[in-house]
Design a protein around this ligand. Sequence first.
Ligand code: 2AM
Ligand code: CA
Length: 264
Amino acid sequence: MYGEQELLRAMEEIAKECGAIIKGAKEEHVAATEKTNFRDLVTSYDVKVQKYAVDELKRRFPDASFFCEEGDDRGNLSDEYVFVIDPIDGTANFSRHMNISCVSIGCFRLGRPYAGVVYDPYNDELYSAVRGGGARLNGRAISVTDEALEHTLVMIGTSPYNPELFDRTMEKLGYVFPKCLDVRRRGAAALDLCTVAAGRSGLFFEEILALWDYAAGLVILEEAGGEAYTMEGDPLPLDGRKSNIVAGSPRCIEESGLLSDRFK
Ligand code: 2AM
Ligand code: CA
């Protein structure tokens, strides 16, 4: 068993190093290669950052398993410790120098999300949480907003790899837009979850995400008093299946009506 603070500090240090690698690519031309389709991208930096994170975590926690976006490092999620890693969340942004990307490192313990660290190198913002210990942004405690939905910004994702889901996204967007301050679409789901956790946005939804997109952000969000569900109102799957997501403060989720029968 690893100490909770030892684990969290290591994840934070490694995420910051990963962030330095991501930010260091700023001036270079970063070629993107297509994976499953023309919107599903990988760059040499995704691979490089993931290798750094995995090597460093393996060195410090030799018994841990891994479940990572790039390559086929998909360990058994019910192992005692499993690091769930998205080396660059927001790869399309990264390859276009949009400066809206982050590294996301989650840790499952015996099949449950246990700790999470998300680092945004462009704003030097480090989000972290361990189960039961609250959520922090650069060391300061954060919590979801208690404002009404109409006073909050709503983050959305457009599930670019699955264009067949676009109409559903637009339907929900059309339903929520009149009820909120405005809508934002940034293209980095882990960062969107943390933005909700920090109270900067009240709600986030997207039609399809992978475990590595939400493993870390889920712990941070829940430790900040937020909630996340599938669009059917169930807990998010923790077995590696992709899922849709509605995440927010309890009040904003309720006021959005996204979990009502209308969308079932
Ligand atoms: P990525 O940048 O790591 O690929 C964009 O809508 C956001 O959702 C990004 O965080 C992107 O992750 C993720 N995303 C979009 N479509 C996805 C899919 N089909 N599977 C997994 N993640 C997806
Ligand atoms: Ca990614």
